[in-house]
Design a binder for this molecule. Structure first.
Ligand SMILES: *Cc1c(COP(=O)(O)O)cnc(C)c1O
Length: 425
């Protein structure tokens, strides 16, 4: 006990946690993880928690997967990192070849970075410069969707819809056209094509907005409008990529092939920070020109194409295949849907249950504001050994893609009890 408090105190004394009010951090019973294994994290008190948020949506096959651990170790023997600026690295070539075979992008080329937000920044800059390189002037604006979330850097915040306490940065955000939904975005594309560089969307599911689901046909109509009016389409699949929605990429479900695709989170199975922007051949070719010339993309991060991350990402792609991970996502999703429908959706404290693959949100229905039901329900679940974290009053369910049937039952039973305990007035 003293030991655990000690870790919380030491933590609070020197660490600044993201999206966390540090004045309240230590009082909110944080879990300080000592180790993680399989689908569980284990805290400094030795308590085990089922990781039902996949360590904020990044873990796909669980923690300490022997094959992934081995991939990191093997690459360590060959060197942890070398720069991608002007030079290459064998493992990054191999990863890119493997990704090229599966991403829904024509003739893709991959520009690597470390965080999702950086992949979005890269996509925005590429889209902007694409038109400049082609000698088309005036196409400098973007369309973003209502409730969009694309990351926390200034460019990503600009195309994002705000909220989450980010509105104070409004003076720093560049203006964009904001669409209510995909059909509204298609209308804006038709009306403003001559001033638009690109449209950016989270296809199928807007994760951070609280798992809002889009109609795949509407996503398709937007993609068609982009094609027809010569506006680039950026799909941010940082949350939906790598099997989360039941197919490897959500764009596939919508029948869409974007010009630019942003990858992150599950790319390395949750092992190492790596993100990527995949550009179609058409976009890539617009940047070809004289050496040191102005068509060059003058952008690149220090840890772009990190070799350890590339090694684990490559092995991860192989495992998604050999372990039939997508089939598990589809089967467990059906099971989760049925269980939530039977045991959670009928509760008076629940407004709506949303699920696509293993991306789920249970929206609570507090009778008045300020009851912090999301926070209380998740705290009650954590008490019972299931790690959950809300987005406002939406309880997020994002279990690892290898979650078992028994664990799905545990999550729903725990959530049901936690709602009964935490969602009261
Ligand atoms: C998480 C997320 C990001 C940002 O990724 P970071 O790695 O946190 O910078 C961007 N877009 C979407 C859709 C996300 O879910």
């Amino acid at each position: 006990m003293a030991d655990h408090d000690d870790w919380v105190q030491r933590d609070a004394a020197v660490v600044w946690h993201g999206f966390t009010q540090m004045a309240a951090y230590a009082d909110n019973s944080p879990i300080v993880v000592e180790s993680a294994s399989g689908h569980e994290v284990i805290d400094t008190k030795g308590r085990r928690y089922l990781d039902a948020i996949s360590s904020l949506w990044v873990t796909t096959l669980g923690h300490r997967v022997p094959e992934l651990d081995a991939a990191v170790r093997e690459q360590l023997e060959r060197g942890a990192h070398t720069t991608m600026l002007g030079n290459g690295n064998q493992i990054v070539v191999e990863l890119s070849e493997a990704l090229a075979r599966v991403v829904p992008v024509d003739d893709p080329h991959f520009l690597y970075a470390s965080d999702g937000a950086s992949a979005v920044e890269q996509a925005l800059k590429i889209a902007f410069q694409y038109w400049y390189n082609r000698g088309v002037s005036g196409k400098t604006n973007f369309v973003g969707l209502a409730d969009a979330y694309h990351g926390d850097t200034i460019g990503a915040l600009s195309v994002g819809a705000g909220g989450f306490g980010t509105d104070l940065f409004d003076p720093l955000r560049f203006p964009v056209l904001r669409a209510a939904d995909c059909d509204d975005a298609a209308r804006l594309v038709a009306e403003h094509a001559s001033e638009l560089a690109a449209v950016i969307i989270e296809p199928l599911v807007q994760g951070a907005a609280g798992m809002l689901l889009a109609d795949p046909a509407a996503v398709r109509r937007l993609a068609d409008a982009c094609r027809a009016h010569d506006v680039l389409l950026i799909c941010d699949e940082i949350a939906t990529g790598f099997g989360r929605t039941g197919t490897l990429f959500a764009s596939e479900r919508c029948g869409v092939r974007p010009d630019l695709l942003c990858l992150g989170k599950g790319l390395t199975a949750g092992y190492l920070p790596m993100s990527a922007t995949a550009a179609s051949g058409r976009v890539f070719e617009a940047f070809l020109g004289a050496d040191l010339g102005e068509k060059t993309l003058y952008h690149g991060h220090s840890y772009s194409g990190n070799a350890l991350a590339a090694a684990v990402a490559l092995r991860h792609l192989e495992l998604i295949d050999s372990r039939r991970v997508l089939a598990n996502v589809q089967e467990r999703s059906e099971e989760l849907r049925d269980l939530l429908h039977d045991r959670v959706a009928p509760k008076p404290q629940v407004r709506e249950v949303r699920l696509q693959g293993l991306m789920g949100g249970v929206e609570l229905a507090p009778p008045t504001e300020g009851l912090r039901w999301g926070r209380k329900v998740c705290a009650a679940a954590v008490e019972r050994g299931v790690l959950l974290r809300p987005l406002g009053d939406v309880v997020v369910l994002m279990p690892p893609l290898t979650i078992t049937s028994a664990e799905i039952h545990t999550i729903v039973r725990t959530l049901s009890d936690a709602i009964d305990e935490g969602a009261t007035t």
